[in-house]
Design a protein around this ligand. Structure first.
Ligand SMILES: [Zn+2]
Length: 309
């Protein structure tokens, strides 16, 4: 199924689960979790500072990894398949096993990138949980990760690892960190213990009392919370009207006004390019990077705060 690595603390404390590789083409977080596991295995002092039980799963969906693809062999996205089925196909079985791990945890961190197609500004995100206590812990965890952006979105999205955590009332965050060529360049430079995602995991453990010490780092993240029902669903924002060749017209992490062009797409069949414009003002947090795009694929995600209705 997948490899699970446990570290037992010397003193009692929370059970924390950290996963990567829910999607098979998001390689940087897999390296991050493996690096974290190596560090803990080698460093007695760090291991000695652990409390409770830390569970690491570096590559959740190995079949998707083997394909080098977001989805499993039957074309299923694990993050739309949770809680899965024990008797189902490959991705359903992985979803089922992952859900059991999440339900057995007190806190959960799920690490992602934009994969091969998208690039995401480094952010820690969570669902705007109906339970104020769970939500407050998620906000603390997201801030402690020490990335420039904290993004709270609809808690109503189904099929995700975070939907399982939501239903089990396990406080959970997800992390997005680049994707596309930027992610590959970062992996080529080497994913070391100094990497912001390795440090971010340790900081969340400290915040939760699962690791001795104080949260280190001075990042004051920008916080965006959007309570609208489909917020946080990155694959449907600003769809291209045609299949063709994509040219992005905005930089990641820039503020755009409503109506500003995000990208142009030259149709495969020829004819004039279609321009996709921002449907709201906000920060460009996701940008499609690959030049090939199908009609209906997202070109960008623009994030802005919207209060609960
Ligand atoms: Zn992902």
């Amino acid at each position: 199924m997948f490899s699970v690595i446990h570290f037992e603390g010397k003193t009692p404390g929370p059970r924390v689960l950290i996963t990567a590789g829910v999607h098979g083409d998001e390689w940087l977080p897999m390296r991050v979790v493996r690096e974290l596991a190596r560090w803990l295995a080698e460093d007695e002092a760090l291991r000695g500072a652990l409390r409770g039980r830390l569970t690491l799963i570096p590559v959740v969906h190995e079949a998707a990894f083997r394909r080098g693809h977001r989805c499993g062999p039957e074309g299923k996205d694990l993050a739309r398949t949770c809680p899965g089925r024990a008797e189902g196909g490959e991705t359903e079985r992985v979803a089922h096993a992952l859900s059991a791990q999440i339900q057995a945890a007190d806190f959960y961190l799920d690490l992602h990138t934009g994969g091969r197609d998208l690039c995401v500004t480094p952010l820690a995100g969570y669902g705007l949980h109906r339970d104020a206590e769970v939500l407050a812990v998620q906000r603390r965890m997201a801030r402690a990760f020490q990335l420039p952006l904290v993004w709270g979105t609809s808690a109503e999205l189904e099929g995700r690892s975070l939907s399982v955590a939501r239903d089990a009332r396990v406080p959970a965050i997800y992390v997005e960190y680049l994707g596309g060529v930027a992610e590959q360049q970062e992996i080529a430079r080497g994913v070391t213990r100094d990497h912001p995602c390795v440090q971010g995991c340790l900081n969340v453990l400290r915040e939760l009392g699962a690791l001795a010490g104080e949260v280190s780092g001075a990042v004051e993240p920008q916080v965006i919370e959007d309570a609208r029902p489909e917020s946080g669903h990155m694959q449907v924002c600003h769809p291209s009207p045609v299949t063709g060749f994509l040219r992005p017209l905005v930089e990641l992490n820039r503020w755009v006004e409503a109506g500003e062009p995000l990208a142009e797409v030259e149709p495969l069949e020829g004819g004039p390019s279609a321009v996709v414009t921002a449907d709201q003002a906000g920060l460009v947090v996701v940008r499609r990077e690959v030049p090939q795009i199908n009609a209906g694929d997202a070109v960008a995600v623009v994030a802005q705060s919207f209060p609960a209705a």
